[in-house]
Design a protein around this ligand. Structure first.
Ligand SMILES: Nc1ncnc2c1ncn2[C@@H]1O[C@H](COP(=O)(O)OP(=O)(O)O)[C@@H](O)[C@H]1O
Ligand SMILES: [Mg+2]
Length: 418
């Protein structure tokens, strides 16, 4: 075919087609329809069609003019001009169907075609269909028409490419959203399993242990009254072991609850002495004997979540007791702070102090003892202390850390910021 200069009007319409492709709400079917309509107009054809390859057939996907009644029609690729066009990947120009051995003459009669031009539609250089113009007249198309057809086929190839990429993306998106839905379902069932386990831990394990611990305590009292001191001491040791197990369970439950919570603690006016008494009650008689309470504050009541504050103090005191020599006292000192208005709890011990390396991550989860004699902890204690104080808009800090011990400070604001 000779290259001919297209009329400016025709070029303009082809460029307009091209710019349609980049539109966001792209609709391939509508676009193909626009292409065949324009093509018929520009070439003066009787009809135009987009045929797409489907296995061994060519399918009439979009039609106009005289081809309209045949939309959806399947034709065998073998023996047809379109099939040949796809196979050889070349433009085919049939001047007279009556004498052209390449065409399916019966089919041409059926659709009333005498001359036609078809050009392959390429996606990634693979032919996926043809664009065809036809007429009921002999030799109805010239070189300019053929060139117009080819330019339109290029535009349509780009549109098909866009659609194929879009379909692929859509499929990926669907696959991903199925995966996400499945994952969410899995997460939900894991969460509900987790909450079941926590309930079992709270009610079936913690509560009976608590009851057993109280029973041991009163048994120890009775034995002490009956002067059986060695049995009373053994019971007290057993209670100490239970106390540690209970403390670990409480920490685990607290972490599960505190982690999921973003709201501040529910603070109610509570008696400070009751808080101290409850906290001391968590320890055995031997441990309590080591704890010296120093009351430098006259504050009687503070708005707080008593059970959380009890847990925080219990964690500080048990660290102080665990990480200092058995005979050494541990001081719990309460004092006032004016700016900010707060109640201060200092827990002071005379142990060996905290390894400097561990200090930056001291209040993080998983910070564990390097001391082989105290390797029972899970590194949850100080993390809980920090979270409890944050929920009270207060803070926990390492005030003193040296070779002769540690002071941990809790600042509990009296006038809550919330
Ligand atoms: N008073 C203390 N004296 C010495 N080391 C301490 C003291 N308090 C905490 N630590 C160190 O910090 C680590 C973390 O403490 P904590 O968060 O309570 O976790 P754990 O569950 O191990 O007790 C402890 O294992 C210990 O090494
Ligand atoms: Mg601890």
């Amino acid at each position: 075919m000779n290259q001919v200069a297209l009329q400016p009007g025709k070029l303009e319409r082809i460029i307009q087609m091209q710019s349609l492709i980049v539109q966001a709400a792209f609709d391939l079917d509508r676009f193909m329809q626009t292409v065949v309509n324009n093509l018929q107009d520009l070439t003066g054809a009787k009809g135009a069609v987009v045929e797409l390859v489907e296995g061994d057939n060519m399918v009439y996907r979009s039609t106009c003019g005289s081809m309209n009644p045949f939309v959806g029609m399947h034709l065998a690729r073998a023996n047809s001009l379109s099939g040949l066009c796809v196979r050889n990947v070349e433009v085919l120009h049939c001047i007279d169907a009556q004498t052209d051995p390449r065409v399916d003459l019966a089919a041409c009669h059926r659709v009333g075609v005498r001359s036609m031009v078809c050009t392959p539609l390429l996606h990634d250089r693979v032919p996926v269909g043809v664009l065809k113009v036809m007429s009921d007249k002999v030799n109805a198309f010239n070189d300019e028409d053929v060139q117009t057809l080819q330019l339109m086929a290029d535009v349509l190839g780009a549109a098909l490419g866009k659609q194929i990429a879009y379909d692929r993306l859509n499929k990926d998106r669907q696959r991903l959203s199925h995966q996400i839905a499945r994952q969410e379902q899995e997460n939900r069932s894991l969460l509900s399993e987790r909450s079941d386990m926590l309930t079992v831990l709270a009610h079936e394990v913690r509560q009976p242990l608590n009851n057993a611990s109280a029973a041991l305590q009163s048994a120890a009292h009775l034995l002490a009254e009956a002067n059986d001191l060695s049995a009373a001491q053994r019971l007290s040791r057993a209670r100490g072991v239970m106390g540690h197990v209970l403390a670990n369970i409480d920490n685990t439950l607290a972490v599960a609850a505190l982690l999921t919570r973003s709201t501040p603690a529910e603070r109610e006016d509570a008696d400070v002495d009751t808080l101290i008494a409850l906290t001391l009650g968590d320890f055995t008689a031997e441990e309590r004997q080591r704890i010296v309470c120093e009351r430098l504050s006259s504050t009687r009541t503070v708005a707080m979540d008593t059970s959380l504050m009890r847990l925080a103090l219990r964690n500080l005191l048990s660290n102080a007791l665990d990480f200092s020599p058995p005979g050494q006292p541990v001081t719990l000192s309460l004092s006032d702070c004016d700016a900010p208005l707060a109640l201060i709890f200092d827990v002071i011990d005379h142990g060996g102090g905290i390894d400097q390396q561990g200090v930056p991550l001291l209040f993080e989860k998983g910070m564990q003892s390097t001391n082989p004699h105290n390797a029972t902890g899970h590194g949850l204690g100080l993390y809980i202390v920090r979270r409890v104080m944050e929920l009270h808009h207060g803070m926990a800090q390492l005030l003193r850390n040296c070779a002769d011990g540690v002071t941990m400070r809790l600042v509990l604001p009296l006038a809550p910021a919330d």
